[in-house]
Structures are given as C-alpha cells and as structure tokens.
Design a protein around this ligand. Structure first.
Ligand SMILES: Nc1nc2c(ncn2[C@@H]2O[C@H](COP(=O)(O)OP(=O)(O)OP(=O)(O)O)[C@@H](O)[C@H]2O)c(=O)[nH]1
Ligand SMILES: [Mg+2]
Length: 290
C-alpha cells in the first residue's frame, strides 16, 4: 500500500511554519529567521519513503495585505486553502490565531485539520495544557497537539497523524524530488535570509533577490546575483561603509550556498534600485509573484 497526499501548513507570521516543514523533512528547504514575513512564496517540500509521499506546502504568514507584494503572498495562502488532504494550522502558546475568515473556513471544511501549538519550550506545562483545552473546546473537529518544532518535540506524533490521514494514492512527484523549486530559487532565498538577519527596520521588507546567472564549472560554481531595493537611500545601507555590510552578507550566503550545493562557489553580488517594486505588477511578475 502506498499513501500520498498534500499537507498544507498555515498560520500567522513567525509561528514556526518553515521550521516545522524543514524539521519534518529533515532538510533545509525554507529559510527561517526571527523576523515576521520571512516566507513570501508557497514552497513545496516533499517527504519520500518507500510507502508514502507527503507533499508539504509551506506558506507565507497570514496578514492583512498593505501593498501588492503582500497581496500576492496572501493569494498563495488562499491557493493553499483551496484544497489539501490535511491542513496544519500552526499557532503559539502565547499568540492565538484569530483570523476569522481562515478559522471559519477551517472549521467548516471536510478536510481534516491538525492544530499545532508550537514553541512550547517557551511556556509552562500549565499554560500548554490550558491552551490545548481551549482549542479543543472551541474547535472540537481539530486534532490538537503541542509541539516544539525547534527542539523536534512531538514531531513523531505529527508524522503519525499525517500518515494516518493520508489517502492511498500513487506518488504525485518522482520519488527523488525534494521540492518543486529550481536551484536558483534556493540561492536567492539564502541571500535573502542573510539580508533579513543583517539589516533592520524596513530594509528586509524592501529587498528582493534575483539570481541572474548560475554557471557550473569543474571546480567551482559561478553565481551572479542582484539585490533589488525599492529606494535610492536603501542602496547605501545595503552596501555599508566601504562595502562592509554587503561583504558580510556575501560571506554568510556563500558559506550556506556551498553547503547546499556541495561545491565551491564564487558569489558575485550587485545592488540595484527598482523603484517601489513592491507595488509594481510588472516587476513583481519578473520576481516570480504571479
Ligand atoms: N523557541 C522556539 N522558537 C521556535 C520554534 N519554532 C520556530 N522557532 C523560531 O521562530 C522564528 C520563526 O520561525 P519560522 O519558521 O521562520 O516561522 P514562519 O512561521 O515560517 O514565519 P514566516 O515565514 O515569517 O511566516 C525563528 O526564529 C525560529 O527559530 C520553537 O519550537 N521554539
Ligand atoms: Mg516561513
């Protein structure tokens, strides 16, 4: 018997959706940072075993969109809410999910919902128990599990629940596929992760990264990337005094990319201004938001 199906991971920003997917896959597919709105796309992560194939969707955190980029991000969430074999709603002990539309959709769907209370390593046992009871009472159809995605706590139970729910199906993707995204996407995401980690305020939210070329030679991979900012003044901040800030980002990104591709990497980085790209349909389309 072979089981296969789609498991869509949803929730507010920063609750640990990407941490959970990576932990369940045992691979770093999605980038993770302490900042909200790290994930901007719907990213598939595929867990393959002789007897099953689980196709996870990591999604952007649910917010009220303020500009076009965020509208696109929320359209990816809506597409993930349309169909699945299982929805996983990730919440935190100290931070309830209260977005009415999504909750009512999940409450009224015939698709099973697994509600995870994440980051229980940061809470007391009493708080965790109380939170579980509260969810079970308000949403009796949801399966409720407390977890810590960071510490791998209770994740075997999550896997067991998923496998219990998955229907009998042949695989949807080739059994050695790990994701639906090309190499260039992961390179640009790794660079974006380092930007989120190294800059504050509006900078991480004003940046998009594009990989313009990826050339594999015998001993080295040569990558040319462009960091786009939305205003002139942000260019200098990204570059920093005598290029120091950009150099730090480049070194950190190169190390991670080398680990990811298993080869030496030469990373060429350029900074360009794409005026107000977050609200520009054509530019968003070029960046892959469709
Ligand atoms: N203490 C603790 N921190 C966690 C846990 N799971 C995730 N985190 C942290 O929470 C932060 C956000 O994690 P992400 O996985 O990026 O969260 P996300 O829900 O994907 O966030 P967006 O992509 O912005 O929507 C990171 O700093 C993680 O290390 C956990 O179980 N315990
Ligand atoms: Mg994420």
């Amino acid at each position: 018997m072979h089981k296969a199906g789609f498991v869509n991971i949803l929730g507010k920003p920063n609750v640990g959706k990407s941490t959970l997917m990576n932990a369940l896959l045992g691979e770093k597919i999605s980038i993770i940072t302490p900042k909200a709105q790290t994930t901007r796309h719907r990213i598939l992560g595929i867990a393959n075993d002789e007897n099953y194939q689980i196709v996870f969707s990591d999604t952007p955190g649910i917010i009220k969109p303020g500009y076009k980029l965020q509208e696109h991000m929320m359209s990816f969430v809506h597409s993930a809410l349309e169909d699945a074999d299982l929805f996983i709603l990730v919440t935190q002990v100290d931070d309830d999910f209260t977005e009415e539309k999504t909750l009512s959709k999940l409450k009224n769907t015939s698709i099973p919902v697994l509600l995870l209370i994440n980051k229980i390593d940061l809470a007391s046992q009493e708080e965790v128990i109380a939170k579980c009871e509260q969810w079970k009472k308000e949403y009796p159809t949801f399966k409720v599990l407390p977890i810590s995605a960071l510490n791998n706590f209770n994740l075997e139970q999550v896997m067991a629940k998923i496998l219990e729910t998955l229907p009998e199906n042949p695989p949807y993707f080739p059994k050695d596929d790990l994701t639906d995204r090309p190499m260039r996407f992961f390179i640009s995401e790794i660079i974006r992760e380092k930007i989120l980690m190294n800059y504050d305020k509006e900078i991480p939210y004003s940046v998009e990264v594009a990989v313009e070329s990826y050339k594999e030679e015998e001993k080295i991979i040569r990558i040319r990337s462009v960091i786009y900012v939305s205003r002139d003044s942000q260019k200098g901040i990204i570059i920093g005094h005598k290029g120091s800030a950009l150099k730090r980002v480049g070194t950190q990104a190169r190390k991670d990319i080398e680990e990811f591709v298993g080869k030496q990497v030469f990373l060429d980085m350029h900074v360009k201004v794409s005026k107000n790209w977050r609200d520009n349909d054509m530019q968003l389309g070029r960046f892959g938001y469709r």
